[in-house]
Design a protein around this ligand. Structure first.
Ligand SMILES: [Zn+2]
Ligand SMILES: [Zn+2]
Length: 188
């Protein structure tokens, strides 16, 4: 599978910028990728479906902590969440026991990486608005963002956040079985 040398991301105001590299074939696509519906992830991100992906900290440059506007909030004694103190963008999740791994909030990845480059020359307008096609194959969103798991599925909102394919878990994944469907349909 082809892979990018690196992808870029950052916060809303641009004060925090970073690059994630994929030096080896096994680095792509990234595997620790999931959607978490726990209340802490929701509160921190402001999203109903927060999605993070883990990367080796050594593959992220410059180190996030080297940026003076990057701050951390200890959401529990065992984990902290990173954000930009200028614009408030929620950026990371990290377990204290895993100092070499950091989870990046996938919404912080740059648009061209997620969606592909815009082909402005082929733009057209109709009653729905302006359509700007993307250059096929110029983005990495599908490989990068397909969620491998959904956790804290007990917090699904029926009819709103329960309609997703893929393995689901109640609480975290540790030593628990995955299921499909909706949490409310699990049998007693
Ligand atoms: Zn910012
Ligand atoms: Zn969570």
């Amino acid at each position: 599978m082809s892979r990018p040398d690196s992808i870029s991301g950052g916060c809303l105001c641009g004060a925090v910028r970073f690059t994630i590299s994929f030096p080896k074939a096994e680095d792509w696509p990234p595997k620790g990728n999931g959607i978490c519906q726990c209340t802490m992830c929701r509160k921190h991100s402001g999203s109903l479906l927060p999605q993070n992906c883990s990367f080796p900290k050594s593959h992220i440059t410059p180190p996030l902590d080297s940026n003076p506007t990057f701050k951390r909030y200890a959401s529990t004694p065992s984990a902290h969440r990173g954000f930009c103190s200028t614009c408030g963008s929620a950026l990371t999740f990290q377990y204290a026991k895993e100092p070499d791994v950091i989870e990046i909030n996938l919404g912080a990845i740059d648009e061209e990486v997620l969606c592909g480059k815009k082909d402005e020359a082929k733009a057209w307008e109709d009653e729905y608005g302006i359509h700007v096609p993307r250059i096929r194959g110029s983005g990495w969103g599908k490989e990068l963002c397909y969620p491998q798991y959904h956790i804290f599925a007990e917090n699904e909102i029926p009819g709103v956040t329960d309609g997703f394919e893929g393995s689901k878990y109640l609480q975290d994944r540790v030593e628990r079985k995955a299921f499909a469907g909706t949490a409310v349909d699990l049998n007693k």
